[in-house]
Design a protein around this ligand. Structure first.
Ligand SMILES: *Cc1c(COP(=O)(O)O)cnc(C)c1O
Length: 384
């Protein structure tokens, strides 16, 4: 295998990020305290959400929201197979049933019409995923949710910085879960956050995040804090560290810059690949702001001289890293063992997956590197 010249992602870390972590390390206080509170306040200001719970992953954020809403056995949560496994795992962990519906041809986001049809008296939550950061049709989903008495929880793992019709993702629905995993748009290494306007949800999530401890237990090591605490229910251990939160706060100050750079990269891809007959380029709605977490192209396998898998292999041979988003959930062993879905059940998601390649995308990617990737694609798609 060739040496990787252009990776799929490069983490955007600078000296400020490193200094902010170093300050926490030198402070002697490593776990959840002022930096986590600060990150929550910063994210509330950025998204416009009233309450933010910073936790150790988007997975935890979604799981905690479902538990806090008392979702459990007998309940149904509607999502799609076109997502990372976390989205459905968390539903299964509550004992509830994930109900999968197909996605839209254009952008692989959940299809509101199919959501409407999938609602039953057991439906408690709709769980849309903003694929690549392109917002789902939230007005339609919220209208269905309100009319049918069902909550909407957004998997916003790709969508920090996304605007839906001018409004930030994070303040559009009942709650949204962001990811700060290492390869996401901003990172804390591992980390995530739940945003909501519902104070009761946020309070219960806070308690569930740390073993179900009473609120004052969070302050039990502060000067004047007491050693007494109560366990009010059986919670989890999903809190974020101050080390991670300091990194997140530093990263958040650069998010707008990151999105500008990602937009530049996306535009360069569009300019280069606009006329490429063997590819389908990402579609996006001009009313929204796409943060370009991913640049997802599709190979037209039926007509292309090189089908998707060959394109990926040949890009790798030229030192270019890629990824595939997503292997549909119902293809995985653990999902098949549930005996609920078969190949063929979600034709749009399956077709989208068959052609999909996520191209290199990171703020530091130069125009010359984008051109290099596009030149390689042209060579592969038009063999001499
Ligand atoms: C990354 C990702 C997650 C999980 O995020 P974590 O912070 O790692 O838990 C969930 N959903 C989608 C769509 C993702 O891409």
């Amino acid at each position: 295998m060739a040496e990787q010249r252009i990776p799929f992602v490069k983490v955007a870390l600078d000296e400020e990020d490193i200094a902010s972590v170093e300050r926490v390390l030198r402070s002697g206080w490593l776990t959840t305290a002022s930096q986590v509170k600060g990150l929550e306040a910063d994210l509330a200001a950025y998204t416009g959400a009233k309450y933010v719970n910073a936790v150790n992953s988007a997975t935890a954020a979604m799981h905690l929201a479902l538990v806090a809403w008392d979702i459990g056995p007998g309940d149904e949560v509607i999502t799609t197979p076109y997502t990372f496994t976390a989205t459905a795992n968390v539903v299964l962990h509550t004992g509830a049933t994930p109900v999968l519906v197909d996605v839209r041809e254009a952008d692989a986001n959940i299809d509101p019409e199919l959501v409407e049809r999938a609602i039953t008296p057991r439906t408690r939550v709709i769980l849309p995923v903003h694929i690549a950061g392109e917002p789902c049709d939230m007005d339609a989903l919220m209208e269905i949710g309100r009319r049918r008495g069902v909550k909407v929880l957004e998997d916003a793992a790709h969508a920090i910085g996304s605007l839906y019709r001018g409004r930030p993702v994070g303040a559009l629905s009942d709650a949204a879960a962001f990811s700060f995993y290492a390869n996401k748009t901003i990172t804390t290494g591992e980390g995530g956050a739940l945003t909501t306007d519902d104070e009761r949800l946020s309070d219960r999530v806070r308690r569930l995040t740390l073993h179900g401890m009473s609120r004052d237990a969070w302050n039990r090591y502060d000067a004047g804090g007491s050693w007494r605490y109560d366990i009010q229910e059986f919670g989890f251990k999903d809190n974020l560290t101050d080390i991670a939160a300091a990194l997140g706060r530093s990263q958040l100050t650069k998010l707008e810059l990151f999105i500008e750079q990602r937009t530049r990269v996306a535009q360069r891809y569009f300019e280069n690949l606009r006329d490429e007959e063997h590819l389908i380029l990402p579609s996006f709605n001009e009313e929204n702001r796409h943060p370009w977490h991913l640049f997802m192209i599709r190979v037209r396998n039926e007509t292309s001289p090189a089908p998707r898998d060959d394109v990926i292999r040949e890009l790798a041979e030229r030192g270019i890293g890629t990824s595939v988003h997503f292997i549909p959930l119902h293809y995985f062993t653990a999902y098949q063992k549930l005996g609920r879905w078969e190949k063929g059940d979600f034709p749009v998601a399956e077709r989208f997956f068959d052609g999909e390649i996520s191209l290199p995308m990171y703020p530091a990617m130069t125009n010359a590197e984008v051109d290099d990737v596009c030149e390689a694609l042209r060579e592969i798609l038009h063999p001499a």
